[in-house]
Design a protein around this ligand. Sequence first.
Ligand code: FES
Length: 87
Amino acid sequence: MELDDHVCHCSHVSLRKLINFASRVRPRIASRMVECLGAGTGCGWCIPILKKIAEDPDGFTSGGLDAEECASDREAYLNAGKPKNRF
Ligand code: FES
């Protein structure tokens, strides 16, 4: 995943913006990540990633996921109809 790729597709928030926000704010609770342009307030798919960024913004790695894989994973999440991810 590149820094300018969107992590939150619903709110169009890039990885760069999220890392910069978390580095500056150092959120004690991951749900504060929503203050970064509303990330995580839509479908909830990105919330597990937002939690990881909040925990360690400087050491965050996408685990090898690229933008296309993220998009297809989100599509599967949306189609699965499972309960929404939560902070
Ligand atoms: S992708 Fe972030 S809330 Fe939907």
